[in-house]
Write a protein that binds this ligand. Structure first.
Ligand code: ZN
Length: 416
Protein backbone atom coordinates (compact mmCIF):
# COMPACT_ATOMS: atom_id res chain seq x y z
CA UNK A 1 0.00 0.00 0.00
CA UNK A 2 1.10 3.53 -0.59
CA UNK A 3 0.46 6.63 1.44
CA UNK A 4 1.31 9.86 -0.28
CA UNK A 5 2.17 12.86 1.84
CA UNK A 6 1.78 16.14 0.05
CA UNK A 7 5.29 17.30 -0.58
CA UNK A 8 5.43 21.03 -0.78
CA UNK A 9 5.61 22.04 -4.40
CA UNK A 10 7.58 25.10 -5.31
CA UNK A 11 5.27 27.13 -7.49
CA UNK A 12 6.94 29.73 -9.55
CA UNK A 13 5.75 33.26 -10.10
CA UNK A 14 8.21 35.31 -12.04
CA UNK A 15 8.30 38.75 -13.50
CA UNK A 16 10.50 39.40 -16.44
CA UNK A 17 11.80 42.84 -17.16
CA UNK A 18 12.17 44.25 -20.65
CA UNK A 19 15.66 45.40 -21.41
CA UNK A 20 15.18 48.51 -23.54
CA UNK A 21 17.45 51.44 -22.86
CA UNK A 22 20.37 49.50 -21.46
CA UNK A 23 22.65 51.02 -24.02
CA UNK A 24 23.41 47.78 -25.78
CA UNK A 25 23.51 48.24 -29.52
CA UNK A 26 24.44 44.67 -30.37
CA UNK A 27 20.98 43.16 -30.84
CA UNK A 28 20.87 41.66 -27.37
CA UNK A 29 18.09 44.08 -26.37
CA UNK A 30 15.97 42.93 -29.26
CA UNK A 31 16.52 39.24 -28.45
CA UNK A 32 15.87 39.94 -24.78
CA UNK A 33 12.60 41.75 -25.43
CA UNK A 34 11.35 39.11 -27.86
CA UNK A 35 12.33 36.48 -25.28
CA UNK A 36 10.29 38.28 -22.63
CA UNK A 37 7.30 38.40 -24.96
CA UNK A 38 7.60 34.66 -25.64
CA UNK A 39 7.83 34.03 -21.90
CA UNK A 40 4.71 36.05 -21.24
CA UNK A 41 2.91 34.05 -23.93
CA UNK A 42 3.96 30.85 -22.12
CA UNK A 43 6.20 29.72 -24.98
CA UNK A 44 9.18 28.72 -22.87
CA UNK A 45 11.22 26.88 -25.53
CA UNK A 46 11.13 30.00 -27.72
CA UNK A 47 11.85 32.26 -24.74
CA UNK A 48 14.89 30.14 -23.88
CA UNK A 49 16.12 30.20 -27.47
CA UNK A 50 15.83 33.99 -27.76
CA UNK A 51 17.24 34.75 -24.33
CA UNK A 52 20.18 32.44 -24.97
CA UNK A 53 20.94 34.55 -28.05
CA UNK A 54 20.74 37.68 -25.91
CA UNK A 55 22.97 36.08 -23.29
CA UNK A 56 25.56 35.09 -25.90
CA UNK A 57 25.74 38.73 -27.02
CA UNK A 58 25.63 40.28 -23.54
CA UNK A 59 26.84 37.72 -21.00
CA UNK A 60 27.60 40.46 -18.47
CA UNK A 61 24.02 41.77 -18.39
CA UNK A 62 22.35 40.90 -15.08
CA UNK A 63 18.97 41.58 -16.62
CA UNK A 64 19.45 39.09 -19.45
CA UNK A 65 20.87 36.50 -17.05
CA UNK A 66 17.88 36.92 -14.72
CA UNK A 67 15.44 36.61 -17.59
CA UNK A 68 17.13 33.53 -19.02
CA UNK A 69 17.17 31.98 -15.56
CA UNK A 70 13.42 32.65 -15.25
CA UNK A 71 12.76 31.16 -18.66
CA UNK A 72 14.53 27.93 -17.65
CA UNK A 73 12.54 27.93 -14.41
CA UNK A 74 9.30 28.56 -16.29
CA UNK A 75 9.97 25.55 -18.53
CA UNK A 76 10.89 23.45 -15.48
CA UNK A 77 7.74 24.57 -13.67
CA UNK A 78 5.58 23.44 -16.56
CA UNK A 79 7.10 19.95 -16.22
CA UNK A 80 6.79 20.01 -12.42
CA UNK A 81 3.07 20.75 -12.65
CA UNK A 82 2.79 17.58 -14.79
CA UNK A 83 4.85 15.79 -12.09
CA UNK A 84 7.60 15.07 -14.62
CA UNK A 85 10.34 16.02 -12.15
CA UNK A 86 13.11 14.13 -13.91
CA UNK A 87 12.72 16.13 -17.12
CA UNK A 88 12.74 19.39 -15.14
CA UNK A 89 16.22 18.75 -13.70
CA UNK A 90 18.39 19.84 -16.67
CA UNK A 91 16.50 23.13 -17.04
CA UNK A 92 17.08 23.96 -13.40
CA UNK A 93 20.75 23.06 -13.62
CA UNK A 94 21.06 25.43 -16.57
CA UNK A 95 19.19 28.13 -14.61
CA UNK A 96 21.70 27.81 -11.76
CA UNK A 97 24.63 27.97 -14.14
CA UNK A 98 23.36 31.20 -15.68
CA UNK A 99 22.42 32.87 -12.38
CA UNK A 100 24.44 31.18 -9.62
CA UNK A 101 23.64 33.79 -6.97
CA UNK A 102 19.89 33.21 -7.27
CA UNK A 103 18.44 30.89 -4.59
CA UNK A 104 15.13 30.31 -6.39
CA UNK A 105 16.20 27.68 -8.97
CA UNK A 106 18.07 25.83 -6.23
CA UNK A 107 14.91 25.66 -4.09
CA UNK A 108 12.98 24.42 -7.10
CA UNK A 109 15.69 21.86 -7.90
CA UNK A 110 15.75 20.70 -4.27
CA UNK A 111 11.97 20.23 -4.43
CA UNK A 112 12.29 18.13 -7.60
CA UNK A 113 14.94 15.91 -6.00
CA UNK A 114 12.66 15.42 -2.98
CA UNK A 115 9.83 14.38 -5.23
CA UNK A 116 12.22 11.93 -6.87
CA UNK A 117 13.25 10.69 -3.40
CA UNK A 118 16.87 11.69 -4.10
CA UNK A 119 17.37 13.09 -0.66
CA UNK A 120 21.11 13.72 -0.60
CA UNK A 121 20.98 15.69 -3.83
CA UNK A 122 18.05 17.70 -2.41
CA UNK A 123 19.94 18.56 0.78
CA UNK A 124 22.92 19.92 -1.18
CA UNK A 125 20.69 22.28 -3.20
CA UNK A 126 18.55 23.44 -0.27
CA UNK A 127 21.50 24.15 1.98
CA UNK A 128 23.11 26.14 -0.84
CA UNK A 129 19.84 28.09 -1.31
CA UNK A 130 19.75 28.96 2.39
CA UNK A 131 23.39 30.11 2.25
CA UNK A 132 22.41 32.47 -0.57
CA UNK A 133 19.18 33.69 1.06
CA UNK A 134 19.17 33.01 4.79
CA UNK A 135 15.68 32.72 6.26
CA UNK A 136 14.02 31.68 2.98
CA UNK A 137 11.11 29.80 4.54
CA UNK A 138 10.31 27.54 1.58
CA UNK A 139 13.92 26.37 1.50
CA UNK A 140 13.85 25.69 5.25
CA UNK A 141 10.56 23.81 4.98
CA UNK A 142 11.88 21.64 2.16
CA UNK A 143 15.17 21.08 3.96
CA UNK A 144 13.17 19.86 6.97
CA UNK A 145 11.32 17.49 4.63
CA UNK A 146 14.66 16.22 3.28
CA UNK A 147 15.96 15.53 6.80
CA UNK A 148 12.68 13.83 7.63
CA UNK A 149 12.97 11.61 4.56
CA UNK A 150 16.55 10.87 5.62
CA UNK A 151 15.10 9.81 9.00
CA UNK A 152 17.04 12.54 10.80
CA UNK A 153 14.03 13.63 12.83
CA UNK A 154 15.78 16.05 15.18
CA UNK A 155 17.25 18.07 12.30
CA UNK A 156 13.84 18.03 10.62
CA UNK A 157 12.27 19.35 13.80
CA UNK A 158 14.79 22.20 13.97
CA UNK A 159 13.91 23.39 10.45
CA UNK A 160 10.15 22.99 10.85
CA UNK A 161 10.07 24.64 14.29
CA UNK A 162 11.68 27.68 12.73
CA UNK A 163 9.30 27.78 9.75
CA UNK A 164 6.19 27.34 11.90
CA UNK A 165 7.38 29.99 14.31
CA UNK A 166 7.85 32.47 11.45
CA UNK A 167 4.65 31.41 9.63
CA UNK A 168 2.15 29.50 11.81
CA UNK A 169 -0.37 29.48 8.94
CA UNK A 170 1.32 26.57 7.16
CA UNK A 171 -1.35 24.02 8.06
CA UNK A 172 -0.14 21.35 5.62
CA UNK A 173 3.30 21.52 7.23
CA UNK A 174 1.75 21.36 10.68
CA UNK A 175 0.10 18.06 9.73
CA UNK A 176 3.37 16.61 8.50
CA UNK A 177 5.10 17.92 11.63
CA UNK A 178 2.58 16.15 13.87
CA UNK A 179 2.89 12.92 11.88
CA UNK A 180 6.69 13.00 12.07
CA UNK A 181 6.72 13.49 15.81
CA UNK A 182 4.07 10.86 16.42
CA UNK A 183 6.48 8.51 14.63
CA UNK A 184 9.40 9.85 16.63
CA UNK A 185 7.62 9.08 19.90
CA UNK A 186 7.35 5.43 18.80
CA UNK A 187 10.82 5.17 17.26
CA UNK A 188 12.89 7.14 19.78
CA UNK A 189 14.77 4.07 21.09
CA UNK A 190 15.01 2.19 17.78
CA UNK A 191 18.38 0.94 16.61
CA UNK A 192 19.72 1.46 13.12
CA UNK A 193 21.39 -0.92 10.82
CA UNK A 194 22.94 0.02 7.50
CA UNK A 195 23.32 -2.26 4.53
CA UNK A 196 24.64 -1.15 1.18
CA UNK A 197 21.32 0.16 -0.08
CA UNK A 198 19.05 0.22 2.94
CA UNK A 199 18.98 1.88 6.32
CA UNK A 200 16.89 -0.26 8.62
CA UNK A 201 15.44 1.01 11.91
CA UNK A 202 14.07 -1.56 14.32
CA UNK A 203 12.90 -1.89 17.91
CA UNK A 204 15.55 -2.98 20.42
CA UNK A 205 14.03 -6.39 21.16
CA UNK A 206 14.29 -7.84 17.64
CA UNK A 207 16.22 -11.13 17.43
CA UNK A 208 19.44 -10.79 15.40
CA UNK A 209 18.41 -13.67 13.11
CA UNK A 210 15.18 -11.89 12.15
CA UNK A 211 17.06 -8.68 11.43
CA UNK A 212 19.40 -10.44 9.07
CA UNK A 213 16.45 -12.21 7.41
CA UNK A 214 14.92 -8.82 6.68
CA UNK A 215 18.19 -7.54 5.34
CA UNK A 216 18.69 -10.44 2.96
CA UNK A 217 15.07 -10.24 1.72
CA UNK A 218 15.63 -6.57 0.91
CA UNK A 219 19.01 -7.08 -0.75
CA UNK A 220 17.52 -9.77 -2.94
CA UNK A 221 14.52 -7.58 -3.78
CA UNK A 222 16.90 -4.76 -4.73
CA UNK A 223 18.43 -6.95 -7.43
CA UNK A 224 15.32 -8.90 -8.51
CA UNK A 225 12.86 -6.01 -8.71
CA UNK A 226 15.51 -3.72 -10.17
CA UNK A 227 16.09 -6.22 -12.97
CA UNK A 228 12.41 -7.02 -13.46
CA UNK A 229 11.73 -3.32 -14.00
CA UNK A 230 14.44 -2.79 -16.56
CA UNK A 231 17.56 -2.16 -14.45
CA UNK A 232 16.29 0.50 -12.07
CA UNK A 233 18.25 0.82 -8.83
CA UNK A 234 17.20 3.77 -6.66
CA UNK A 235 19.99 5.64 -4.91
CA UNK A 236 20.69 4.84 -1.26
CA UNK A 237 19.68 5.21 1.44
CA UNK A 238 16.24 3.60 1.23
CA UNK A 239 14.72 3.78 4.68
CA UNK A 240 12.96 0.78 6.15
CA UNK A 241 11.29 0.91 9.55
CA UNK A 242 10.30 -2.27 11.32
CA UNK A 243 7.76 -2.33 14.12
CA UNK A 244 5.68 -4.59 16.27
CA UNK A 245 2.04 -4.57 15.11
CA UNK A 246 1.14 -2.31 18.00
CA UNK A 247 3.91 0.19 17.24
CA UNK A 248 2.98 0.12 13.54
CA UNK A 249 -0.58 1.13 14.34
CA UNK A 250 0.55 3.80 16.77
CA UNK A 251 3.10 5.34 14.37
CA UNK A 252 1.04 5.17 11.17
CA UNK A 253 -2.54 5.26 12.49
CA UNK A 254 -3.40 2.80 9.74
CA UNK A 255 -6.08 0.22 10.30
CA UNK A 256 -5.27 -3.36 11.17
CA UNK A 257 -5.97 -4.83 7.75
CA UNK A 258 -3.12 -2.76 6.25
CA UNK A 259 -0.06 -5.00 6.24
CA UNK A 260 2.67 -2.48 5.44
CA UNK A 261 3.08 0.91 3.81
CA UNK A 262 5.45 2.95 1.68
CA UNK A 263 5.16 6.65 2.45
CA UNK A 264 8.68 7.59 1.36
CA UNK A 265 9.92 5.03 3.89
CA UNK A 266 9.00 1.36 3.90
CA UNK A 267 7.18 0.63 7.16
CA UNK A 268 6.22 -2.86 8.13
CA UNK A 269 5.26 -4.71 11.29
CA UNK A 270 7.18 -7.87 12.13
CA UNK A 271 4.42 -9.36 14.24
CA UNK A 272 0.72 -9.99 13.91
CA UNK A 273 -1.77 -8.24 16.19
CA UNK A 274 -1.29 -11.00 18.77
CA UNK A 275 2.44 -10.27 19.00
CA UNK A 276 3.51 -13.44 17.14
CA UNK A 277 6.37 -13.04 14.61
CA UNK A 278 5.10 -13.12 11.03
CA UNK A 279 6.11 -16.20 9.03
CA UNK A 280 9.09 -15.47 6.79
CA UNK A 281 7.05 -15.96 3.62
CA UNK A 282 4.51 -13.32 4.71
CA UNK A 283 7.22 -10.89 5.77
CA UNK A 284 8.95 -11.35 2.43
CA UNK A 285 5.73 -10.75 0.51
CA UNK A 286 5.12 -7.48 2.36
CA UNK A 287 8.68 -6.19 2.05
CA UNK A 288 8.95 -7.07 -1.64
CA UNK A 289 5.56 -5.46 -2.32
CA UNK A 290 6.63 -2.20 -0.65
CA UNK A 291 10.04 -2.23 -2.31
CA UNK A 292 8.32 -2.62 -5.70
CA UNK A 293 6.58 0.70 -4.92
CA UNK A 294 9.97 2.32 -4.37
CA UNK A 295 11.22 1.21 -7.79
CA UNK A 296 7.96 1.90 -9.61
CA UNK A 297 7.91 5.40 -8.18
CA UNK A 298 11.42 6.05 -9.36
CA UNK A 299 10.29 5.16 -12.90
CA UNK A 300 6.83 6.70 -13.12
CA UNK A 301 6.89 9.21 -10.25
CA UNK A 302 3.54 10.08 -8.71
CA UNK A 303 1.68 9.65 -11.97
CA UNK A 304 0.60 6.03 -11.61
CA UNK A 305 -3.11 5.29 -11.19
CA UNK A 306 -3.72 3.34 -7.97
CA UNK A 307 -4.46 0.11 -9.85
CA UNK A 308 -1.17 0.27 -11.75
CA UNK A 309 0.92 0.99 -8.66
CA UNK A 310 -0.69 -1.70 -6.52
CA UNK A 311 -1.05 -4.16 -9.39
CA UNK A 312 2.67 -3.92 -10.11
CA UNK A 313 3.61 -4.34 -6.47
CA UNK A 314 1.34 -7.38 -6.20
CA UNK A 315 2.57 -8.92 -9.45
CA UNK A 316 6.18 -8.53 -8.37
CA UNK A 317 5.65 -9.90 -4.86
CA UNK A 318 3.44 -12.94 -5.42
CA UNK A 319 1.65 -14.94 -8.07
CA UNK A 320 -2.07 -14.98 -8.53
CA UNK A 321 -3.36 -18.23 -6.99
CA UNK A 322 -6.00 -20.42 -8.61
CA UNK A 323 -8.36 -19.66 -5.73
CA UNK A 324 -7.93 -15.94 -6.32
CA UNK A 325 -8.55 -16.37 -10.05
CA UNK A 326 -11.71 -18.33 -9.37
CA UNK A 327 -12.91 -15.76 -6.90
CA UNK A 328 -12.24 -12.94 -9.32
CA UNK A 329 -13.85 -14.89 -12.18
CA UNK A 330 -17.02 -15.22 -10.08
CA UNK A 331 -16.98 -11.53 -9.22
CA UNK A 332 -16.71 -10.68 -12.95
CA UNK A 333 -19.50 -13.16 -13.70
CA UNK A 334 -21.79 -11.40 -11.24
CA UNK A 335 -20.59 -7.97 -12.43
CA UNK A 336 -19.51 -7.23 -8.88
CA UNK A 337 -16.23 -5.68 -9.93
CA UNK A 338 -14.92 -2.16 -10.20
CA UNK A 339 -14.19 -0.40 -13.44
CA UNK A 340 -10.51 0.48 -13.75
CA UNK A 341 -11.56 4.14 -13.78
CA UNK A 342 -12.90 3.62 -10.25
CA UNK A 343 -9.52 2.23 -9.23
CA UNK A 344 -7.46 5.21 -10.35
CA UNK A 345 -7.55 7.41 -7.30
CA UNK A 346 -5.71 6.83 -4.03
CA UNK A 347 -9.09 7.10 -2.30
CA UNK A 348 -9.36 3.36 -3.00
CA UNK A 349 -7.07 2.85 0.01
CA UNK A 350 -9.93 3.91 2.27
CA UNK A 351 -12.34 1.22 0.98
CA UNK A 352 -13.58 -1.25 3.60
CA UNK A 353 -11.39 -4.38 3.97
CA UNK A 354 -13.50 -6.64 1.77
CA UNK A 355 -13.83 -4.07 -1.03
CA UNK A 356 -10.13 -3.29 -0.80
CA UNK A 357 -9.24 -6.96 -1.18
CA UNK A 358 -11.24 -7.12 -4.42
CA UNK A 359 -9.61 -3.90 -5.66
CA UNK A 360 -6.14 -5.37 -5.06
CA UNK A 361 -7.12 -8.60 -6.76
CA UNK A 362 -8.43 -6.83 -9.85
CA UNK A 363 -5.36 -4.62 -10.05
CA UNK A 364 -3.08 -7.61 -9.65
CA UNK A 365 -4.91 -9.55 -12.38
CA UNK A 366 -4.87 -6.56 -14.75
CA UNK A 367 -1.12 -5.96 -14.50
CA UNK A 368 -0.44 -9.70 -14.50
CA UNK A 369 -2.42 -10.00 -17.75
CA UNK A 370 -0.57 -7.11 -19.42
CA UNK A 371 2.82 -8.37 -18.32
CA UNK A 372 2.24 -11.99 -19.38
CA UNK A 373 0.59 -11.19 -22.68
CA UNK A 374 2.75 -8.33 -23.91
CA UNK A 375 5.98 -8.66 -21.99
CA UNK A 376 8.38 -6.53 -20.16
CA UNK A 377 9.32 -3.82 -22.64
CA UNK A 378 5.69 -2.80 -23.23
CA UNK A 379 5.25 -2.48 -19.48
CA UNK A 380 8.26 -0.17 -19.37
CA UNK A 381 6.79 1.94 -22.20
CA UNK A 382 3.51 2.07 -20.28
CA UNK A 383 5.24 3.33 -17.12
CA UNK A 384 7.25 5.88 -19.06
CA UNK A 385 4.09 7.16 -20.73
CA UNK A 386 2.55 7.60 -17.28
CA UNK A 387 5.66 9.37 -16.05
CA UNK A 388 5.34 11.97 -18.78
CA UNK A 389 1.87 12.84 -17.46
CA UNK A 390 -0.31 10.79 -19.84
CA UNK A 391 -3.50 9.59 -18.11
CA UNK A 392 -3.92 5.89 -17.28
CA UNK A 393 -6.38 5.09 -20.04
CA UNK A 394 -4.58 7.16 -22.68
CA UNK A 395 -1.28 5.45 -21.82
CA UNK A 396 -2.99 2.05 -22.03
CA UNK A 397 -4.47 3.00 -25.39
CA UNK A 398 -1.18 4.21 -26.84
CA UNK A 399 0.98 1.33 -25.62
CA UNK A 400 -1.45 -1.62 -25.58
CA UNK A 401 -4.07 -0.43 -28.09
CA UNK A 402 -6.95 -1.04 -25.70
CA UNK A 403 -9.15 1.10 -23.52
CA UNK A 404 -10.17 0.30 -19.94
CA UNK A 405 -13.34 -1.55 -20.99
CA UNK A 406 -11.33 -3.84 -23.28
CA UNK A 407 -8.74 -4.60 -20.59
CA UNK A 408 -11.53 -5.36 -18.11
CA UNK A 409 -12.96 -7.88 -20.62
CA UNK A 410 -9.50 -9.41 -21.19
CA UNK A 411 -9.00 -9.87 -17.46
CA UNK A 412 -12.48 -11.36 -17.00
CA UNK A 413 -11.74 -13.90 -19.74
CA UNK A 414 -8.30 -14.71 -18.30
CA UNK A 415 -9.94 -15.67 -14.98
CA UNK A 416 -12.15 -18.31 -16.56
ZN1 ZN B 1 0.99 -1.30 -1.97
Amino acid sequence: MVYRPKIFLWMLFVVLACGAGQGQQDGSVDYNNRGVEAFKAGNFPLAIELLEQAYALAPESGLVRGNLCNAFQGQANELIVRKDYRSALPYLERAIKVDPENASPRVQLGSCYLNLAEVNAAIVQLEAAIDLTPGELNAHELLGQAYYMDNDLSSAREQWDYVLEMDPQRTELKKRYDKAFREESVEYDFNQWKSRHFRISYPPNIPAALRSTVSSILDRAYIDIGRALGGVFPPPPIHVILYTAEQFTEATRLEQHIGAVYDGKIRTPLTDAGGVWLPQEELERRLVHEYAHVVARSIAGDNMPWWVNEGLAETLSKSLSDTEKTRLGQAYGRSEVYSLAQLESNQVASFNPEALRLAYLQSHASIDFLWRRFGHSKMMSFLRALRSGTSGEAALQSVYRRNYARLEQDVAVSCN
